[in-house]
Design a protein around this ligand. Structure first.
Ligand code: ASC
Length: 148
């Protein structure tokens, strides 16, 4: 619970300091930042996936920690898609259809918050459902906005 609170505080801090965080030295730095966040998020999401697939035995604390990390990380990439940071693995639609991109980003954050709630509850069936919904949110955004 203590760990969960620390993660929540960090997320709150990041949310209120969004303007300061929106500063990157260059487009390359912004691209590196958002790709790094996706890498870490994907890694911890994958650890939960191994449990939902039965490849790793279910350990409540481990899944709860990984879900808290995924939920926090899912708040971070968006600030690094600012104007002038086109490129990397992003399709131009990120900037030309920013309302749709924002909606996809919001969807992911809702899905990861639900996954985190399920993970903290310790109910494997709800974790599996929320994991599936989160995977759909990842995929939906990648289908529309990530280069093939
Ligand atoms: C992952 C990962 C993604 C998503 C996506 C879900 O583990 O790295 O990009 O899940 O494949 O469909």
């Amino acid at each position: 619970m203590k760990h969960f609170k620390i993660v929540l505080s960090a997320a709150a801090l990041i949310a209120i300091s969004g303007t300061a965080f929106a500063q990157f030295q260059s487009a390359e730095k912004a691209i590196e930042y958002r790709q790094s966040v996706m890498t870490v998020m994907g890694n911890h999401f994958g650890r939960i996936g191994a449990v939902t697939k039965g490849e790793t035995p279910y350990n409540k604390d481990e899944v709860a920690k990984n879900a808290a990390i995924v939920a926090m990380m899912s708040n971070l990439p968006w600030q690094a898609f600012g104007p002038g940071t086109e490129g990397g693995k992003s399709r131009p639609d990120v900037w030309s259809d920013s309302a749709k991109f924002k909606s996809a980003a919001d969807k992911l954050q809702v899905a990861t918050a639900n996954l985190n709630t399920a993970a903290q509850s310790g109910d494997l069936e709800s974790i599996k459902k929320a994991f599936g919904a989160t995977g759909q949110a990842c995929k939906g955004c990648h289908d529309d906005f990530k280069k093939k």
